[in-house]
Design a protein around this ligand. Structure first.
Ligand SMILES: [Zn+2]
Length: 399
């Protein structure tokens, strides 16, 4: 049975102890058992500690019954004295998030009678699931109450009790399927529950708690929360972004939302106006092309036009007159094409589009009444002669 020193000395970062067993694992690493340990194995939603055993790396630790196996990348002899050190930044961060979780769960339970039904602690984020929905106002109230309790620096105490004692005390949460000696973690006036994890010595160690996001989850709510240095990093990142954006918009961060909404409206108005002008342009250009063309086939090359504009123009022309219309648009290194027919024409535009694809090594397709495509201009090859392509399509139509 490994003596777990992290229960009562959660801030101990170094330990001299004796190896009692060492077994090779299937993955080539070793399960090393020691008389006692300061290394927390994964459990209760909290990830495992990592650290060193002499100069070897402890990559994780696992709970196996009463023992804690250190998973180490070197072999050790039973009886050997070793020095174990833990990655303190990682451990303290986990302890801060874990203590924060107790506080959020305990206070939410007191204030709103909600039950913690899930907890995840990862390297990037921490979530708590509650069985009932909370409003935005309740979440704010909860966050304020937790931070007030952090500032009160209340001791976080743990004790081991028997199963008999367990049935006589009132707890927010009792873990399922436990037996033998049971560990209770108690923050006076805030929370009391069974727990195997590591915590800060007082609530003040949590530093700061921020609920960063929420979503509906299985009939209740999932909250994203962040504590301690993680909360500071979150604050700093958001602060820097707001200050940068404020400079960009030449305003204080407090006025940013209004500035962004105002720019959004300006942009929507400009898009509306650009569209109105484009439609007007297509109307006039269609008239111009129609007045310069006789016969059933209209073709043109529109410089500096993308697919949307040549489609609009095609559409405008066939609305005016029942003709086959082939338009090319060119913009930087791309040729766009659209080919459309009026309702009285019985040639399939798909067939003509295939001929354009073949001539330009392009890609495109569509329906019998309208088809479109595009081709990249290869700078290593001669620029395609679009007038030749138009002449070829004219021949196909005449045949
Ligand atoms: Zn805990």
């Amino acid at each position: 049975m490994t003596k777990r020193l992290y229960y009562n000395s959660p801030y101990q970062i170094e330990l001299k102890t004796t190896v009692t067993e060492c077994r090779k694992r299937a993955d080539g690493l070793f399960n090393v058992l020691t008389a006692e340990t300061i290394v927390f194995p994964a459990g209760g939603g909290q990830p495992s500690d990592i650290g060193k055993m002499n100069n070897a790396s402890i990559v994780a630790a696992e709970d196996m019954g009463d023992d804690v196996f250190h998973i180490v990348d070197a072999i050790f002899d039973p009886g050997e004295t070793v020095t174990i050190t833990i990655d303190w930044n990682r451990r303290f961060d986990h302890s801060q998030q874990h203590t924060g979780e107790h506080m959020v769960s305990g206070i939410a339970h007191s204030l709103f009678s909600v039950k913690n039904v899930g907890f995840h602690m990862g390297t990037d984020y921490v979530t708590i699931d509650f069985d009932k929905m909370l409003t935005k106002e309740q979440i704010n109230e909860l966050e304020m109450a937790v931070n007030r309790a952090i500032l009160m620096d209340i001791p976080v105490r743990s004790k081991i009790i028997s199963m008999e004692e367990l049935s006589t005390i009132s707890l927010r949460k009792k873990a399922d399927g436990i037996s033998g000696a049971i560990r209770i973690v108690d923050i006076e006036g805030i929370d009391s529950c069974t727990c195997c994890g590591t915590h800060t010595l007082t609530t003040g160690g949590v530093g700061l708690l921020k609920i960063t996001d929420s979503m509906k989850h299985r009939g209740g709510i999932r909250l994203w929360m962040t504590c301690g240095m993680r909360a500071l990093v979150d604050y700093s990142g958001k602060h820097d972004t707001l200050i940068r954006l404020g400079k960009h918009f030449s305003t204080r961060w407090q006025n940013l939302e209004a500035a962004i909404l105002s720019q959004e409206k300006e942009l929507a108005d400009m898009r509306f106006e650009a569209k109105r002008r484009q439609l007007r342009y297509c109307e006039l250009r269609a008239k111009e092309l129609l007045s310069n063309t006789s016969g059933q086939f209209i073709a043109a090359i529109e410089s500096d036009s993308e697919i949307e504009e040549i489609k609009l123009l095609c559409d405008r022309i066939i609305q005016e007159e029942d003709k086959i219309t082939l338009l090319f648009g060119t913009k930087s290194d791309t040729i766009y094409y659209c080919i459309a027919r009026g309702s009285e024409v019985d040639i399939s535009m798909k067939t003509l589009c295939l001929a354009v694809n073949a001539a330009l090594s392009g890609k495109g397709g569509g329906r019998d009444d309208i088809a479109q495509g595009s081709a990249k201009i290869d700078p290593c090859l001669p620029t395609p002669d679009l007038n030749m392509v138009i002449a070829n399509i004219r021949n196909i139509i005449h045949k």
